[in-house]
Design a protein around this ligand. Structure first.
Ligand code: AR6
Length: 172
């Protein structure tokens, strides 16, 4: 697992993850950027998926993106943490990785799900992302290279701290 600062739509990986909404018909933020770069075929494909529940994930092709696939997941809207937000956010990372493994995906990049419009506190979200990805990778039959793609420099700092703590834990 590694963290970088980049625009996720530029990454050449087997799959990028989209922080979508329940309708899966596009939106702002990273969702808007992914749809703009992938082109109208992505929206046409998404229309066939019948939406997606919060914490779940669905897969499409990447069309004009350098990534071969897009895994669309729906993070929780932050309302203070008492509406299962941590469990739902963890589920986004777990279900995306499980779906990736089912499709033979060997490299995947995640944005910082829920931390934009949906308002999830960035540090808490980074902790969940790293902890859940680390735990899920240990359960998968094939190794997957995970990149946490941070748009903001502040997020990159949070992820690097969490990744260092995770690898220290793994070593002890
Ligand atoms: N590459 C990587 N990360 C990005 C990019 C990009 N091109 N653009 C933004 N981010 P958000 P959410 C980061 O709001 O909070 C949409 O309208 C951004 O800095 O995109 O899960 C959907 O349709 C932030 O760290 O997603 C939903 O309605 C992270 O992506 C709603 O927003 C997530 O911010 C989902 O909200």
């Amino acid at each position: 697992m590694r963290a970088i600062q980049a625009d996720i739509t530029t990454l050449t990986v087997d799959a990028i993850v989209n922080a979508a909404n329940n309708l899966l018909l596009g939106g702002g933020g990273v969702d808007g950027a992914i749809h703009r770069t992938a082109g109208p075929e992505l929206l046409a494909d998404c229309r066939l998926l019948n939406g997606c529940q919060t914490g779940e994930a669905k897969i499409t092709r990447g069309y004009r993106l350098p990534a071969k696939h897009v895994i669309h997941t729906v993070g929780p809207i932050w309302t203070g943490g008492r509406c299962d937000e941590p469990q739902l956010l963890a589920s986004c990372y777990r279900r995306s990785l499980e779906l990736a493994a089912e499709h033979g995906i060997r490299s995947i990049a995640f944005p910082c799900i829920s931390t934009g419009v949906y308002g999830y506190p960035a540090d808490q979200a980074a902790a969940i992302a790293v902890r859940t990805a680390s735990a899920t990778l240990r359960t998968l039959p094939i190794p997957i290279e995970v990149t946490f793609c941070c748009f903001l420099r502040s997020d990159l700092g949070l992820y690097n701290a969490r990744l260092a703590a995770d690898s220290a834990e793994g070593a002890s």
